[in-house]
Every structure is written in structure tokens, then in C-alpha cells.
Design a protein around this ligand. Structure first.
Ligand code: FAQ
Length: 311
């Protein structure tokens, strides 16, 4: 019977159809999906922190309203993705515990600080830009609930990217001090944004299997290249310089060449030693602990309500 189910699974993948929660799937596929979806969810939730700190410091009511909406969207994406992980049998409280204990990862990018208001713009432009580049192909990922979640998430990320670019465009039309702020923030975020795509293909243990299962549609290096190619004209339009002396158009390849990433830094950030890792986790731990009474009260209320209905 297993072989029949296995054949059905393989045919579904082969024909570009979706695997759904009740379908049989290999344990490795389930594990991979839980790993990727939950780490993605953690990234959305931890990703609220760098920009969240600027909500009370936004320079105008308009900027504050935009930033509030954006950060709330990230919370929505996180909850949406935890729900997708739950369709695979994962438990949300367990996933949160695994994030806090360091057993599960979240994107390296959120371990860098947002030091000025220009960072809010650069995060929208580059971090959301990289997220879209990585996530649009995931709308065709083989696991149904994940692929469908990505459609809505990508629409919202596109708005986030545009708000960041528009903020930077406004600052670039301002004073020279504002232009310097944008350039300085770009210098700090460019390389970490390129690291969001993951290790080079040769050092990416999960890519081959994830591509075979059509969980991933492109390799890490392919998407990183795509992001560099789309960012160069955007930097030109803004009037900022990307901090890479090796960046040059290669007519033969039809792509931009770019410099080597600092993979030692990437490894350090993944190992928990980035500039903000400890802060991010401490903040998340406090939120979990401070919210415990709300979850307990909700569970007690639900139990009482169920009891009442039983009579
Ligand atoms: N940071 O074998 P691979 C956002 C890990 S966007 C930390 O290549 P894979 C929106 C990887 O998990 C950010 N860890 O792995 C937003 C694996 O470790 P494991 C979230 C990384 O899965 C914007 C190991 O290294 N987006 O949140 C990173 O095939 C603004 C080996 O790597 C997603 O999660 C990294 N950068 O490819 C929110 C997208 N890169 O699990 C707020 C979905 C790799 O074996 C504000 N995920 N690792 O212990 C993916 O597309 C893939 O999982 C990759 C990694 C491409 C990230």
C-alpha cells in the first residue's frame, strides 16, 4: 500500500500539482516543510523587532501609520505561516519554544540593528525586496497551504518594498544629511541582504532534495543573482552606491558580477553571535512569558464554555 501512496505522491509532484495536508507524504518531506515553514514564520515574527522600535519615533503621523501597518502585516504573515505548519502536525507553542531555545533558526537578517529612520526605508527596499525575490517562486511550491499563503504574503511584501523605496526617494530629495543617512544605511544592509538567500549552492545541504520535491524552485545562488540584477537599476534611480567595488555588468553572462560575501560573518550570525541575536530572543522570550496569562485565561474560558455546551 505504501508504494501505491508513494507513487501517488511522486506523480503529484511530477505533474506540478499540490500536496495537501491529508495526503500521504514521506516523513522527510513533512520534516522539510515543517522546518522551512516554521523558520519562515519565526523570521516574520522576529522581523517585527528592528522596525518596530521606530514606531514611536516616526517623523510624521503619515510615516507612523505606514510603519504600523507594515509591522502588523508581518505579525499576520507569521500567524498565517504557523497555521500552515500546524496542518503538518506541528504545535505552535512547541515551535515558539524551539525558536527561543535556539533549536530552530530565523533569518540572519533580523540580527542587525535599525540605527536610523533611513534603515526603515532600506529594510523595505532591500530586505523586503530580497524576501519577494525569494518568495514569489514559493507561490508554486509543492505544499498547498504554504504555496497559497505565499500569494497573499507576496502581495503585502510588494507594498512593503514600495513604501521603503518611496521613503528613500523622499529622503534623497531632502538635505545632504538625509542623503548621507540613506547611503550609510545602504552600506550596512546590502551584504546582510545578500546573505538572506542562504549559503552558496555548493554548501547548501537542503537544496538538492528541496528542488527535487519542488519545495524550492531555484537555488540560493540563482535567486541571489536575480536580486543583485534587479537592485542595481533601483540603486541608480535612487542615486545611492551599492558598497561593492566588484559590482560590474558582465555582458557575456548577461548578469552583474559581484564580490564575495563574508561567509564567516554569516556563520557567526547563524551561530547566535550576530550584533542583535541575544536581544531578539530575549524580547521574544519576554513576550511569550508576559502573554502566558492570556493564553491560560483563553484556555480556561474555552474549557468552561465547552463544559456548558455539553450539558
Ligand atoms: N538565515 O540548505 P540551506 C521575511 C539555514 S523574509 C538563517 O540552503 P534551505 C519578510 C537553513 O535554514 C526572511 N538561516 O537551507 C520580512 C539551513 O538550516 P537548517 C524569511 C539560514 O532551507 C521582511 C542551513 O542554513 N524567509 O521574513 C539562512 O534549503 C522585512 C542550510 O541552508 C524565508 O524563510 C539565513 N539567511 O534554504 C519580515 C523564506 N539561509 O534548517 C520583516 C523561505 C540558510 O537545516 C521585515 N525559506 N539558513 O537548520 C527559504 O526559501 C529557504 O529556507 C532558504 C534556505 C533559502 C532561506
Amino acid at each position: 500500500a505504501t508504494t501505491e501512496l508513494q507513487r501517488h505522491f511522486e506523480r503529484t509532484i511530477e505533474h506540478d500539482q499540490r500536496i495537501e495536508p491529508r495526503d500521504w507524504m514521506p516523513e522527510g518531506y513533512r520534516k522539510t516543510m515543517i522546518r522551512q515553514i516554521s523558520q519562515h514564520a519565526h523570521s516574520e515574527i522576529i522581523g517585527m523587532q528592528p522596525e518596530g522600535h521606530w514606531i514611536t519615533r516616526a517623523p510624521s503621523l503619515r510615516r507612523k501609520a505606514i510603519l504600523l501597518a507594515k509591522v502588523q502585516d508581518e505579525a499576520g504573515h507569521g500567524l498565517y505561516l504557523y497555521s500552515a505548519a500546524e496542518t503538518l502536525g506541528a504545535e505552535r507553542t512547541d515551535l515558539t519554544d524551539r525558536l527561543i531555545s535556539g533549536a530552530q533558526k530565523y533569518s540572519s537578517i533580523f540580527n542587525y540593528p535599525a540605527l536610523t529612520f533611513a534603515d526603515v526605508g532600506v529594510i523595505g527596499w532591500l530586505v523586503d525586496g530580497a524576501a519577494i525575490c525569494n518568495q514569489v517562486p514559493l507561490c508554486r511550491s509543492s505544499y498547498g497551504p504554504y504555496a497559497r499563503a505565499m500569494i497573499r504574503i507576496c502581495k503585502e511584501e510588494s507594498f512593503h518594498q514600495r513604501q521603503g523605496f518611496e521613503l528613500l526617494l523622499t529622503m534623497m530629495r531632502g538635505t545632504s544629511a538625509q542623503r548621507d543617512m540613506v547611503q550609510e544605511a545602504t552600506n550596512r544592509w546590502w551584504w546582510p541582504a545578500l546573505m538572506m538567500f542562504g549559503p552558496p549552492d555548493a554548501d547548501s545541504p537542503n537544496t538538492a532534495q528541496s528542488m527535487a520535491w519542488k519545495v524550492k524552485r531555484h537555488t540560493n545562488d540563482e535567486l541571489r543573482q536575480r536580486f543583485v540584477d534587479m537592485s542595481v537599476p533601483q540603486a541608480d534611480a535612487l542615486g545611492v552606491t551599492l558598497p561593492d567595488p566588484w559590482l560590474a555588468w558582465n555582458a557575456e553572462r548577461g548578469h552583474y558580477d559581484f564580490g564575495e560575501l563574508d561567509w564567516a560573518e554569516f556563520k557567526q550570525v547563524l551561530a547566535g553571535n550576530g550584533p542583535c541575536n541575544a536581544d531578539r530572543i530575549a524580547h521574544r522570550r519576554a513576550a511569550r512569558d508576559n502573554g502566558a496569562w492570556v493564553r491560560e485565561a483563553a484556555a480556561a474560558y474555552a474549557a468552561k464554555h465547552a463544559e456548558g455546551q455539553g450539558r
